[in-house]
Design a protein around this ligand. Structure first.
Ligand SMILES: *[C@@H]1O[C@H](CO)[C@@H](O)[C@H](O)[C@H]1NC(C)=O
Ligand SMILES: *[C@@H]1O[C@H](CO)[C@@H](O)[C@H](O)[C@H]1NC(C)=O
Length: 369
């Protein structure tokens, strides 16, 4: 009986479904066509940039510039060949435009946020770690936080940090001296310099001394791990989709390190809020000013917007974690690059040394700010 009624209903019942299916297929086709059109329009504009030969159609230029000395030489050569800028492909469809010449960079760096949009691919990998901090946030949230953070960059707040940088560098130098006198003269500079910048940042952001240059620190190791995983993910197309990434061991390492880093920041913020509420703002500020130790967490805790509203704990964590990442990675890269080039060009090294001597002549090194 039921079979009979089904077969009788069959063609009629299937009809609306067929229509719906057809409509769906048409919609999908239209979407694919418009998307393809917009993409090809974009690609047409991009064709104006010169392009080094691809490795193959699928990988594009992926993996051509590995994060090694070989990669740096490769990059230097690319910049020499295409001094204005060039385009490379991360896989078959993701273009990456690299601008080299200052005249071209200037117009991009000076463009408004509405014109020069933030990256969406690499930054999305950072999101679970850094949250909505200054690096990843946009529009109103970015502007509000940027204004609230302005006091953090005041000269009087930054000045005492020079002593912290100096201490961190002295630790690094002492370590090199020990290693060199033990006969081991080969060092991975980026590793060494990264530890030094992380050490400095942890002291300036949290007033926390983990002694990470001398002995392993789980927190610092987690930040280095997160940075390494994010870079690796960027270079491997298969790790781009979240569901795939989270199934891999890299995904598990990333989540674990993320948890550890968040826990550290949360604990510092909790503790500091407690101190602030027991001491009251005035006493808190007085004690900090006397000790010259207003760190980044303090500035964030005390920050207020135009309406007198403070930052939430989540906001503070995002900004602190963001500065730990942005502050260490960029400075370590820049310093390593400078050291690398000074080592390769002794005549420039000598000129820099002369300039520093000239500036410091007759001055006490304690006075350097
Ligand atoms: C940057 O932009 C501002 C405002 O749009 C303009 O006045 C200024 O000349 C620009 N500077 C450079 C170096 O392009
Ligand atoms: C930095 O450290 C060196 C070596 O200990 C010391 O001579 C110098 O006075 C320090 N400078 C500052 C500004 O702390």
């Amino acid at each position: 009986m039921s079979q009979q009624s089904l077969s009788w209903l069959g063609p009629l019942a299937a009809f609306p479904w067929l229509l719906l299916l057809l409509a769906g297929a048409c919609w999908l086709l239209a979407r694919v066509l418009t998307q393809t059109y917009t993409l090809s329009e974009k690609y047409r504009h991009l064709r104006r940039f010169p392009q080094p030969p691809r490795r193959n159609w699928f990988l594009g230029h992926l993996g051509m510039v590995p994060p090694t000395e070989e990669g740096m030489k490769e990059l230097a050569q690319l910049v020499g060949t295409y001094p204005q800028g060039f385009i490379t492909w991360m896989g078959p469809i993701i273009p990456l435009v690299t601008l080299c010449h200052p005249d071209i960079l200037r117009s991009v760096l000076n463009a408004s946020a509405a014109v020069a949009l933030k990256d969406v691919i690499f930054y999305s990998f950072l999101k679970p770690w850094l949250g909505d901090g200054l690096l990843l946030s946009a529009d109103d949230k970015w502007s509000r936080h940027r204004r609230m953070l302005t006091p953090a960059f005041h000269f009087n707040i930054l000045k005492p940090y020079v002593k912290i940088f100096n201490d961190s560098i002295n630790i690094m130098h002492a370590k090199w001296q020990r290693l060199a006198s033990g006969g081991s003269a080969r060092l991975d500079m980026f590793e060494q310099v990264s530890l030094m910048t992380l050490d400095s940042l942890q002291k300036c952001v949290f007033s926390f001394d983990s002694n990470c240059q001398e002995k392993p620190s789980a927190y610092i190791a987690a930040i280095l791990e997160l940075s390494a995983v994010v870079v690796k993910r960027h270079q491997q197309l298969l790790l781009h989709p979240d569901p795939l990434f989270h199934l891999t061991s890299d995904g598990r390492r990333f989540r674990k390190a993320c948890g550890l880093v968040h826990e550290f920041t949360d604990a510092v913020v909790r503790e500091r809020r407690r101190t602030l509420s027991t001491q009251g703002v005035d006493n808190f500020l007085q004690a900090k000013t006397k000790a010259k130790t207003l760190d980044f967490i303090d500035v964030l805790l005390l920050a207020k917007d135009e309406d007198g509203k403070e930052l939430s704990d989540e906001d503070i964590r995002a900004e602190a974690d963001t500065f730990m990442f942005e502050g260490h990675d960029t400075t370590a890269s820049g310093l390593s690059w400078v050291l690398y080039n000074l080592a390769r060009h002794p005549e420039h090294q000598e000129r820099c040394r002369e300039e520093v001597r000239e500036l410091l002549r007759g001055r006490d090194t304690e006075e350097i700010e």
